[in-house]
Every structure is written in structure tokens, then in C-alpha cells.
Design a protein around this ligand. Structure first.
Ligand SMILES: O=C(CO)COP(=O)(O)O
Length: 141
């Protein structure tokens, strides 16, 4: 069996966190800044701004804020085969005006069998698994 070859363009993953989980997402991104830098990074608006501020070395494409369509933009990327992993730190204790969008995004990750971490513990395991970097599709834009 031959070893997987590194993709020519960094594979793409998305980072999203609800407000109650943003500090945790920022800490996670700081801890794994180097690992994250191997990917093309996408994030919803506010999450992306927070991570970018804390991790200036990362090049993050910021989409719209979640309640304004950012979750749907990420869902569309998954449906188009442009995203290979989702780190989505959700807040299960607060009502969300865009709850249907959150559900749609997690649903599409399941439909397309995208590795998805919905909390910090799973995110750490996903990174430690070492499988993500070679399994994700290459973003074409
Ligand atoms: O609401 C979100 C995910 O559902 C995240 O959006 P922001 O990163 O813009 O806060």
C-alpha cells in the first residue's frame, strides 16, 4: 500500500462556534494554530473574526455570520464537495433564531459523511486521529 500524497492545495475545513462556545473555540485554535495552518480555513463571520484576532498567522476566509446565512454558506460548500471537515462548537442550552440553519448544517455533514466535531473533546480526538489531513477534498476556488 502506498502512502497518501500531500494535496497540491491545502484541503479545506470550517470553524464555527456559538457565542457561549467562542472562547473555547479561540483557545482550541490557539492550541492548534500550526495544525490549522495546513488547511484552507473558512469560518462564520464572528467566529472567524475572533480566531483571526487570536491567531494572526492563520488565513481565514470569513463568511456571513451564522444567523445571517453563514451556516447555510458552509452547508453549500459541503454539498458542493468543497469542504472536508467541520469544527462546530454548538451551544445546546440557548434558543437560536437560526436553529433551522444549525440543523441543516449538521444534517448536510451527516449526508455527505464529513468529519464533524460538535464539541471540544471530539475536536481534539479528530486532530489526534491524524486522518483528517489526507481525507478531505481539495477546495477548488
Ligand atoms: O451562529 C453561528 C453558528 O450557528 C456562528 O455565527 P458567528 O460566527 O457569526 O457568531
Amino acid at each position: 500500500m502506498t502512502a497518501p500524497t500531500a494535496p497540491a492545495i491545502a484541503p479545506a475545513i470550517a470553524l464555527v462556534a456559538h457565542d457561549a462556545r467562542k472562547d473555547e473555540m479561540v483557545a482550541f485554535a490557539r492550541t492548534h494554530e500550526r495544525w490549522l495552518s495546513a488547511f484552507r480555513l473558512f469560518a462564520t463571520g464572528t467566529t472567524g473574526g475572533r480566531i483571526q484576532e487570536a491567531c494572526p498567522s492563520l488565513d481565514i476566509t470569513r463568511l456571513k455570520s451564522g444567523p445571517l446565512g453563514g451556516d447555510q454558506q458552509i452547508g453549500a460548500m459541503i454539498a458542493e464537495g468543497r469542504l472536508g471537515g467541520l469544527f462546530f462548537f454548538i451551544d445546546p442550552l440557548s434558543p437560536m433564531p437560526h436553529d433551522v440553519d444549525v440543523k441543516a448544517l449538521t444534517r448536510l455533514s451527516v449526508v455527505y459523511d464529513i468529519p464533524m466535531a460538535l464539541n471540544h473533546a471530539t475536536a481534539e480526538l479528530l486532530i489526534r486521529s491524524g486522518g483528517l489531513i489526507h481525507s478531505v477534498p481539495v477546495s477548488s476556488d
